[in-house]
Design a protein around this ligand. Structure first.
Ligand SMILES: *Cc1c(COP(=O)(O)O)cnc(C)c1O
Length: 385
C-alpha cells in the first residue's frame, strides 16, 4: 500500500535520538529548548513552546487566551476534529464558518456575514481558528482586519503548514494571529513521532503556555504567591497539565527541521507534476492557490464528479493506493450533531467531491502516473457499478 503521506527518517535522525538515549535527560531537558529556539529562528517568531501534540497545543492556546464556559469559538468545518474539540475542552461553544469554494479554507466573506449576524445577537466569538488546509495559508490579512473590528483572538491551526509561506513570510510568525499551532505527527511535514508547538510573539501568552504545559507550577520567585522559603520550593498557581515534549522527540525534531525546506520543495515538485498531468482533465479538478502563498502541500486534494467519487476512491484503494478524504465535515460527527450547519453549502459540496491522493517526499513519478491511470480508467468501468 502507498499511504497518502508518510515520514522520512534518515540515519542522521536515528543517531540524534540515540545520542539522547545515552544522555542524562530522557524527559524534557536541555534539548527541548534548542528545538524551540530553532522553530523560533526558522519562522522568525519571538516565542515557541514545544508540546506533546497539536491537540494539546490547541487546548492550552485556547486557555491562554482566556476561553471558558459561555464563550464561542469558530473554526472551519473542513478540518480534523481537534480544531473544534479544543473549544469543548474549555467548556466553550463551537460554531463553523463555511469554506471558500476554491481554496477550501475558511471564507473571509462568510466570516464577515456571520460576524455581522453574531454582533446583532450578542454572540460574537472570543476566538477564531483558521486552518491552513493542505498547507495553504488562509487569507490571514483579511481575517486579522476583521479581528481588529470585532475583537476576537486568532489561533492559526498550521498543523499542515510548517515550511509554507504567506505574503513572503514563513507561516508560524504570528504576524496576523495571537498564536500559531504546528503538528509533528508522522503524516505531517516534519515529525517528532507525536508532537506539536505553539508559536507566539506575546510574552504574557508565552509564559502562560509554559505554565499550562507543566501542571501550572512555577519555580520563579517573582510569580509566586508566597515568599520562597528555600531552594526546594515551587508553587502551583493554576490548573495545568503535563504536555511536555521529551528530549528524544526534540532531538528528532531538531534533525527533521534541518530538512523542512527540502521536504516542502519535494512536495511542491510532486504537486506541480500532478497539476501538469491532470491539466484540463475531464473530471478531475486540481487544487488552486490564492495569491502570495507558498503551500507546504501536506495534502494534495483533487475534486471529482460526486457520482464518480466513491468509485474512484474504491478503485484506488483496491489498487494499493491508500487515498483518503480530508475531511468529513466536523459537524457531521455524531458528537457534534446539535450544531447548526444549514448554511455550510461549500463544505457540503466539497465533502462530496474531495479525495486526497498520495503526496510525500521522494514519491516516484511513475507512481503518480500510475495513480492517474487508475483514475482515468474509472470512466471505462462506470457502467458495471
Ligand atoms: C493533525 C491535525 C491536528 C492534530 O494534531 P496532533 O499532533 O495529532 O494532535 C489538528 N489540526 C489539524 C488540522 C490536523 O491536521
Amino acid at each position: 500500500m502507498i499511504p497518502y503521506g508518510r515520514q522520512n527518517i534518515i540515519d542522521e535522525d536515528v543517531e540524534a535520538v540515540i545520542k539522547i538515549l545515552k544522555s542524562d535527560y530522557l524527559t524534557q531537558g536541555p534539548t527541548t529548548p534548542i528545538f524551540e529556539n530553532n522553530l523560533k529562528e526558522y519562522t522568525n517568531t519571538k516565542y515557541s513552546v514545544a508540546l506533546i501534540n497539536a491537540t494539546s497545543a490547541l487546548h492550552i492556546a485556547c486557555l491562554s487566551l482566556g476561553l471558558s464556559k459561555g464563550d464561542f469559538l469558530w473554526t472551519s468545518p473542513i478540518s480534523f476534529v481537534a480544531s473544534a474539540n479544543c473549544a469543548r475542552y474549555c467548556g466553550a461553544e463551537i460554531d463553523f464558518v463555511d469554506i471558500d469554494s476554491s481554496s477550501y479554507n475558511l471564507c473571509p466573506i462568510a466570516l464577515e456575514e456571520k460576524l455581522i449576524q453574531a454582533k446583532k445577537n450578542k454572540r460574537l466569538p472570543k476566538i477564531i481558528i483558521p486552518v491552513h488546509l493542505s498547507g495553504q495559508s488562509c487569507e490571514m490579512k483579511r481575517i486579522k482586519e476583521l479581528s481588529d473590528q470585532y475583537g476576537f483572538k486568532i489561533i492559526e491551526d498550521a498543523s499542515h503548514a510548517i515550511g509554507g509561506e504567506y505574503r513572503g513570510k514563513k507561516i508560524g510568525n504570528c504576524e496576523y494571529s495571537d498564536i500559531t499551532v504546528f503538528s509533528f505527527h508522522p503524516v505531517k511535514i516534519i515529525t517528532t513521532c507525536e508532537g506539536g508547538a505553539c508559536m507566539t510573539n506575546q510574552k504574557k501568552i508565552y509564559k502562560n503556555l509554559q505554565s499550562l504545559r507543566s501542571h501550572g507550577i512555577t519555580r520563579d520567585p517573582i510569580e509566586m504567591i508566597n515568599k520562597k522559603p528555600g531552594e526546594w520550593y515551587y508553587e502551583q498557581i493554576q490548573l495545568g497539565f503535563n504536555y511536555r515534549l521529551n528530549d528524544l522527540q526534540a532531538a528528532l525534531g531538531i534533525s527533521q527541521l534541518k530538512r523542512v525546506d527540502e521536504f516542502v520543495r519535494e512536495r511542491n515538485s510532486i504537486a506541480n507534476y500532478y497539476n501538469k498531468i491532470f491539466k484540463g482533465h475531464q473530471f478531475v479538478r486540481t487544487p488552486k492557490l490564492i495569491n502570495d502563498v507558498y503551500s507546504s502541500y501536506h495534502l494534495y486534494i483533487i475534486r471529482v464528479d460526486s457520482i464518480k467519487r466513491k468509485n474512484i476512491f474504491d478503485r484506488l484503494r483496491n489498487s494499493g493506493v491508500f487515498v483518503n478524504i480530508h475531511y468529513i465535515p466536523i459537524y457531521k460527527h455524531p458528537y457534534y450533531k446539535d450544531i447548526e450547519s444549514s448554511s455550510l453549502t461549500n463544505s457540503e459540496n466539497y465533502y462530496k467531491e474531495a479525495i486526497s491522493i498520495p503526496i510525500f517526499p521522494f514519491l516516484k513519478k511513475e507512481m503518480l502516473d500510475q495513480i492517474k491511470k487508475v483514475i482515468d480508467e474509472v470512466d471505462n468501468f462506470q457502467s458495471i457499478f
